[in-house]
Design a protein around this ligand. Structure first.
Ligand code: AMP
Ligand code: MN
Ligand code: MN
Length: 314
């Protein structure tokens, strides 16, 4: 386990980042750690780098302090890589590489650890849970608790997915002691969808196809559809889970086309297919029940190649 207070002791400049296209856990863990370090080291210069978070996360304190790594050329004393390995940091990878000390906190099975110090626990529900482990609980306050809580509910599907452990629930119990309005947070950051997001999901679901005797459900969104709806990647969150929940389906497969023409693939499984293994074949990764990859193929080729890999496990 990383000794956070010892590593931070002599650090004057500290940078924190997480993966590209940040999800709730990435944002929650990064912001939770950011708020904690600012509070415990008021004299240090602390910077947080992420791609622009979705509007739903505006309830997190100091979210507007997020910076674009492109504009930064500092060699930090310590740099944290959260919820991924350094190859998924995007622009911030450069800052990670030039830092004096690096710390990697993650829960992806596919990550062997890329820092001078690593806290990688594949069975943890989320990076947010791991950040909580490392904090001196005396300094945790309502704002830090709320950020980490958001991270945990996003990666566990509101404590529903199999990555939820008794420990996760105990941490959540500690966090709820701070008395924030959790039903509102769950609704507004997890379940609520805009009209546009609902319409695009409806289109994908009405056109989705079943493969492997109904065990795989596939849906996709083209670049043109993204443009027509004015949709960004985070507008598609949750669709893959709806595919997975179709009765009889073991694997939900969702793809959308990136501006580069590549396909961003998301896989979710219900009970026995190891989708991290499938995605690793395509240089991606993730968890046993939730994984992703990006492939330079057209939709049909991507679909048939990935189906072939899934079939080996069905
Ligand atoms: P997604 O389908 O993109 O929401 O990703 C599902 C899970 O897999 C998340 O925990 C992601 O962080 C992880 N993941 C997605 N893409 C990759 C990748 N290329 N490499 C490693 N992990 C990934
Ligand atoms: Mn993530
Ligand atoms: Mn995560």
């Amino acid at each position: 386990m990383v000794n956070l207070s010892k590593e931070l002791e002599n650090a004057k400049t500290i940078g924190i980042s997480g993966h590209i296209r940040p999800d709730g856990d990435c944002i929650g863990s990064v912001m939770g750690l950011f708020l904690y370090i600012k509070k415990t080291k008021p004299d240090a210069s602390v910077h947080v780098f992420l791609e622009e978070p979705a509007d739903i996360f505006s309830c997190i304190k100091d979210i507007d302090e997020i910076e674009d790594a492109k504009d930064c050329h500092e060699d930090f004393d310590i740099f944290f890589c959260l919820d991924c390995d350094k190859t998924r940091l995007g622009e911030a990878e450069r800052l990670f590489d030039s830092a004096r000390t690096t710390i990697n906190i993650d829960h992806h099975v596919s990550n062997p650890g890329c820092g001078d110090y690593n806290y990688i626990v594949p069975k943890a529900s989320s990076a947010s849970e791991l950040v909580y482990d490392l904090l001196d609980k005396e300094y945790v306050d309502r704002d830090i608790a709320m950020a980490l809580y958001i991270g945990i509910i996003h990666d566990t599907g509101v404590m529903q997915y199999s990555n939820t452990s008794p420990k996760t629930v105990r941490i959540v119990a500690d966090l709820l002691e701070f008395g924030f309005d959790f039903p509102r947070l769950i609704d507004e950051t997890f379940y609520e969808k805009t009209y546009m997001q609902t319409q695009i999901a409806a289109q994908v679901l009405s056109e989705c196809k079943l493969f492997c005797d109904g065990k795989v459900a596939f849906g996709n969104v083209t670049k043109e559809t993204m443009e027509a709806f004015g949709a960004k990647s985070h507008d598609l969150d949750g669709i893959v889970n709806q595919l997975r929940l179709i009765k009889g389906v073991e694997v939900g497969m969702f793809m959308y086309e990136l501006p580069t023409g590549e396909q961003k693939v998301s896989l979710r499984s219900r009970s026995y297919v190891n989708v991290a293994k499938v995605c690793e074949t395509f240089k991606g990764g993730g968890h046993v029940r939730a994984a992703g990859c990006t492939v330079s193929m057209d939709v049909d080729t991507a679909l048939s190649s990935i189906l072939k890999c899934i079939e080996e496990q069905i």
